[in-house]
Design a protein around this ligand. Structure first.
Ligand code: PAF
Length: 285
């Protein structure tokens, strides 16, 4: 497995693969890899001749008071996990390599970024789209893999690929959960023992909302109310948002009639966790 730090070297490696007729899969990550990431790496290795994992903690997607400085970093562990999961290269650029002196371009997206995490983290998706575009142009993938835990990010990247006519298939993969339902996330490492014990309330609450919908409640406000009710039973949980949205556009819904998600962001102590669940309305509604 190769470790690549320079964009030009990543482009040369990916171009050589493509010239040899090999397909390339990219798994963009910020490192501190967990089983959720590894499921993406394995899927890419199954579906492509070559797999690149990018490991880059992207400064421009963090707000001023967010956790950029303390975001967990462990490159040597990440490298050994990637090797074992079948990656062919890890792309690990420095911030100066990605954003050299004078860098002043950004990718802007409206509509899909206007609620959920986009509301609480106003510059976040501008930073995500900009770095993902740069990673795409470095690794030249045929397919790129993203977890469904970050449902809004997945929808935003899909939209960007479509809007800019990129010849890249954006592949979403199921959320990987701990045994007690907590979605895997690098930020789970911030939780104290008491917070970790409380954190499964997020999936429990979303499951309660989804269950209500399965039983025939299609009004978004009713589903959201149920999720908030369950969350309120956990004193350590503070709601940022709970919202029923269209699965493709991320716009808030009044009623669940087609593909929809209930998405939530909750602070457990100081740590902000996100998760979501698909909603299936009972036939006939
Ligand atoms: O999901 C993440 O880890 C990041 O937002 C991504 C897609 C790697 C961009 O920095």
């Amino acid at each position: 497995m190769e470790l690549v730090h320079k964009i030009s070297e990543m482009q040369a490696l990916a171009s050589a693969w493509r010239a040899a007729g090999l397909s390339v899969g990219l798994v963009p990550t910020m490192g501190s890899l967990h089983e959720g990431h590894m499921s993406l790496v394995r899927k890419s290795a199954e579906e492509n001749d070559r797999t690149v994992v990018s490991v880059f903690v992207n400064p421009i997607q963090f707000g001023a008071n967010e956790d950029f400085d303390r975001y967990p970093r462990d490159l040597s562990r990440d490298l050994s996990l990637c090797g074992r999961a079948g990656a062919d290269a890890v792309f690990n650029p420095s911030a100066a390599e990605m954003y050299p002196e004078g860098f002043c371009s950004r990718v802007e997206m409206s509509v899909l970024t206007e609620n959920l995490c986009g509301k609480t983290r106003p510059a976040h998706f501008r930073g995500v789209c900009t770095v993902v575009l740069k990673l795409f142009l470095a690794a030249l993938p045929d397919r790129a893999y993203f977890g469904q835990k970050d449902a809004q990010q997945l929808a935003v990247v899909r939209r960007m690929a479509r809007d800019f006519n990129m010849r890249i298939e954006v592949v979403g993969a199921p959320i990987v959960r701990e045994a007690d339902g907590l979605a895997m996330s690098s930020r789970n490492a911030y939780l104290t023992a008491a917070e970790r014990a409380a954190a499964p309330c997020l999936f429990r609450a979303l499951s309660g909302g989804a269950e209500l919908c399965r039983r025939g409640v299609v009004e978004a406000r009713g589903i959201e109310r149920r999720v908030r009710e369950i969350l309120s039973e956990t004193p350590l949980a503070r709601v940022d948002y709970v919202e029923v949205v269209d699965a493709e556009t991320m716009r808030p819904l009044e009623t669940v009639a087609g593909p929809a998600l209930c998405a939530a962001a909750v602070y457990i102590g100081e740590t902000r966790l996100i998760d979501n669940i698909a909603l299936e309305a009972r036939a006939g509604h």
